[in-house]
Design a protein around this ligand. Structure first.
Ligand code: ZN
Length: 390
């Protein structure tokens, strides 16, 4: 299988460097490092901690809610929520603290886990109106296979729905506000364009979330528009006519995933997984889908950034662990192969193990990987980092 040119596809720097403060490297797409070797996410954390007047942001949130609040009992905000700790926190705050009437929407996982379904049920039972969007599973399955083969990310169909289903419901139900949790680009490193703004431009979706391949792209691979429709954005004119606004709760409230977890344990019946997720040490983030391990694993192959790197990087920024602990955790867990659901994943995508391996290896870039006699090795693991000139 033909090697992919990762560096030009994602505009990656040739030399792998790590942030001096967290564990993220300069290979994360769209992240920037400053002259002191600190990443944009760490700089944003500083800003968030010291510069933002959170009381003023709270007032902005109240004004926003007042502007969208409806008096006839109909829903006035859409909260995309899987039943996990983040959407649960947002929905509960909006409903019980800000007096909104949220309609919570979930886009079905490719294949749910028991703990994910249990948490979603507990969340709904905590007092929420809820809609589950389940697209034709045959189409999802085909799109998963195609995205795995062609984009090196089996999660793309899920990401389409996660992004576009709330917009469809907003337009269909005449609800003009959608409230997401955090702005990942800003919180975890990426495009800082929206760092100082509460909203997201719908025009950026294609760039940030769809690897520039919107659902329509797959029509070329023999999937009909009727089958793709559920994954697609509503007509842009309809989005505009509805005066749809997408907001991030992390703009209005100090965003701390671990605190969200404690909050949801108390208020929405959230239960962590008894076992840690493969590729990391955590038990309470991204628990809903049996196949998300392959999404994270491909991130590790493409960028050398696995699930433990992402988890430690934000926990260092949040002050939960220090950098040395983070590096030890990365060394121990990052890039652990997601074995648990492998057979199920291969069967779901209808591919053989050899094909699977060939796809994985096609995404290994020479500037990140070295083929040693006993297998693949990272050229620049963080635990062997060279001193970075200040
Ligand atoms: Zn950093």
């Amino acid at each position: 299988m033909k090697k992919r040119d990762l560096r030009s596809l994602y505009n990656l720097p040739l030399e792998v460097r790590f942030c001096r403060r967290c564990t993220i490297s300069n290979q994360r797409p769209r992240i920037t490092f400053d002259s002191e070797g600190i990443c944009s996410a760490c700089r944003f954390q500083e800003y968030k901690r010291h510069m933002i007047d959170w009381q003023q942001r709270d007032q902005e949130l109240q004004q926003l809610c007042d502007r969208h609040r409806k008096s006839d009992g109909s829903h006035d905000v859409i909260v995309p929520c899987s039943g996990g700790k983040d959407g649960g926190f947002v929905a509960h705050q909006l409903k019980y603290r800000y007096g909104m009437n949220p309609l919570c929407v979930t886009w079905a996982p490719l294949r749910s886990t028991e703990i994910g379904r249990q948490n979603l049920d507990a969340f709904i039972a905590a007092g929420f109106d809820h809609i589950l969007g389940t697209p034709n599973p045959r189409v999802t399955r085909k799109l998963t296979e195609l995205s795995f083969r062609h984009l090196g990310d089996p999660f793309q169909p899920f990401i389409y729905g996660q992004t576009n289903f709330p917009l469809q419901i907003a337009v269909n139900h005449g609800i003009s506000m959608i409230m997401y949790g955090e702005n990942g680009e800003v919180e975890y490193g990426g495009d800082m364009k929206n760092a100082f703004s509460p909203t997201r431009e719908i025009a950026d979706h294609n760039k940030h979330y769809f690897s520039r391949m919107p659902p329509e792209y797959w029509a070329e691979h023999g999937i009909s528009f009727a089958d793709l429709k559920a994954f697609m954005q509503p007509d842009f004119g309809a989005i505009k006519a509805n005066q749809t606004e997408i907001h991030f709760f992390s703009y209005y409230k100090y965003w701390d995933p671990q605190e969200n977890y404690y909050y949801c344990k108390e208020h929405t019946g959230f239960t962590p997984n008894p076992q840690r997720s493969e590729g990391t040490y955590s038990k309470y983030a991204s628990l809903d889908d049996r196949f998300d391990g392959y999404h994270y694993y491909l991130g590790f192959i493409k960028f050398g950034i696995g699930r433990a790197t992402s988890d430690t990087a934000h926990e260092i920024r949040d002050g939960k662990i220090d950098r040395d602990e983070g590096i030890a955790l990365v060394r121990r867990y990052d890039g652990e192969f997601p074995e648990r659901y492998l057979d199920e994943f291969l069967e779901y995508c209808q591919i053989s193990r050899d094909e699977f391996d060939a796809v994985i290896d096609s995404w290994r870039s020479d500037h990140i990987w070295l083929q040693a006699s006993d297998g693949w090795e990272l050229r620049h693991p963080i635990w062997q980092e060279r001193a970075i000139p200040a």
